[in-house]
Design a protein around this ligand. Structure first.
Ligand code: GDP
Ligand code: IMO
Ligand code: MG
Length: 423
């Protein structure tokens, strides 16, 4: 049995949550492998939109097991909010959600540190979601973090206090006043642990291997996107985890021999929240039109997303570093009505044409575009590939030729049912 991996190929918000939900029926286990509540994964069915942050997007299929892997960072407060929202609508997540004992905990002071670090960066601000992601992964690599398994240890209280104390010392150095906020944050955090403790804490790496050995199939769900990867994104304007396919192996404890298909989710245009290079960004009414029609506002922070044309240089790079086998193309319905569509096929860097993504984010990049015909038709009601307009199919073929992959899924709306499978 193989494990398939699903991840974003751009700057996040490609529609991963929706596609995971759609694909869940094919798998036995859905496992999130990195990131934390910086993610906002939306999915929609029966006219209701749901946004998940830490919980895998297979949770609505009650017969499927969902696992929060060791690579994820968990804020108990946000976890509790998500669980309460699910329970309110009749779900019983305690029956189909398990948490790796090796996953790290986001402490209240991690969130304060995130704010303190960002406020000192000035115009080098990353535009963090301020969920404490960077500081939590920093403690993980510094070997000072707290994990889910620590909640079961008698030493938990002293470890927690020790880490909070260390964080306060840093906050003091940053002259960041936490005195009015921290007591309430601490109270809330401790109270929310009761909900977390209702879930099975597991040795995720064993459970996933056992599942695969027993012939059960697994879908690994990524968060953020390849261009936000800690190694391969435009560092330092990245998140603090490995969002690429390799992250699924460390984030779940997988044996690479089990690797199966890699589904790369691609929005038909590009968006980015937060700072950092975005070569195809549109500052004109076209960008505004994509934002309004695509409802491009952050699912986690509500911030307006920066919008631009599809960037094939970045996409080819993402396909390369992830070993993508299948593309799921989302949100092309948003582009209906454009006379023409631009796609970036090269960058001009220091006057020279290149198809490589520069390593230094400070190097100015000018996009070089190819213009393709747009499509006028509303595609949101199409249910078969053959019903799609010719010019949209030509756009898909162009993406396939450029990336040497297959677009095997076309999403034409936020709803679960607005999905076209090829073959
Ligand atoms: P994720 O973080 O990759 O899961 O993506 P988000 O949920 O943050 O953002 C994607 C947004 O687009 C959500 O509001 C989805 O409901 C919506 N969406 C997903 N696929 C489609 C699609 O094919 N068409 C349209 N119009 N909206 C979509
Ligand atoms: P999903 O899973 C889009 C961005 C932030 C910021 C940078 C670092 O919904 O696609 P962090 O809070 O991780 O320290 O922020 O990464 N970012 C996302 N952008 N979608 C996401 O997740 C993101 N998670 C983080 O805006 O620029
Ligand atoms: Mg999102």
């Amino acid at each position: 049995m193989k494990i398939d991996i699903l991840l974003g190929l751009q700057w996040g918000d490609e529609g991963k949550g929706k596609v995971v939900d759609v694909l869940t029926s094919r798998y036995d286990v859905i496992a999130r492998f990195q990131g934390g509540p910086n993610a906002g994964h939306s999915l929609e069915f029966n006219g209701i939109r749901h946004v998940l942050h830490i919980i895998p997007s297979g949770i609505f299929h009650k017969e499927k097991m969902n696992v929060i892997g060791n690579g994820v960072v968990i804020d108990p407060v946000i976890f509790e909010e998500e669980i309460l929202a699910l329970e309110k609508m009749g779900c019983k997540p305690t029956e189909n959600l398990r948490i790796s004992k090796r996953a790290h905990l986001i402490l209240p002071t991690h969130r304060l540190l995130d704010a303190a670090y960002e406020s000192k960066k000035g115009d080098r601000k990353i535009g963090s979601t301020l969920k404490g992601i960077g500081p939590t992964y920093t403690d993980k690599t510094a070997r000072t973090g707290l994990r889910i398994c620590d909640l079961e240890s008698p030493a938990f209280e002293s470890k927690y206090r020790q880490l909070i104390k260390a964080h306060k010392e840093i906050l003091d150095q940053y002259h960041f006043d936490y005195s009015d906020k921290l007591p309430e944050m601490d109270r809330q955090w401790r109270a929310s642990l009761a909900k977390l403790r209702q879930f099975p804490f597991i040795d995720g790496e064993y459970e996933i291997h056992d599942a695969l050995q027993q012939g059960r199939s697994v879908l690994a769900e990524g968060a953020q996107g390849t261009m936000l990867d800690l190694e391969f994104g435009a560092y330092p304007f990245v998140t603090s985890s490995n969002t690429i396919a390799a992250g699924a192996f460390t984030g779940l404890g997988l044996d690479p021999h089990f690797a199966g298909r890699v589904f790369g989710i691609v929005k038909a245009y590009c968006t980015r929240v937060g700072s950092g290079p975005f070569p195809t960004e549109l500052f004109d009414e076209t960008g505004q039109r994509l934002r309004e029609l695509g409802f491009e506002y952050g699912a986690t922070t509500g911030r307006p997303r920066r919008c631009g044309w599809l960037d094939l240089v970045a996409l080819k790079y993402a396909v390369m570093v992830n070993g993508v086998t299948d593309i799921a193309l989302t949100k092309a319905d948003v582009m209906s009505g454009f006379d023409t569509i631009n796609v970036c096929t090269a960058y001009r860097v220091n006057g020279e044409l290149t198809d490589h993504v520069p390593t230094d984010p400070d190097i100015p990049v000018e996009p070089v575009y190819t213009t393709l015909p747009g499509w006028k038709e509303d595609i949101s009601k199409c249910t078969h590939y053959d019903e799609l307009p010719e010019s949209f199919k030509a756009y898909i073929r162009y993406i396939e030729e450029q990336t040497h992959t297959t677009v095997s899924i076309v999403s034409v709306g936020p709803d679960r049912n607005a999905t076209i499978f090829r073959n």
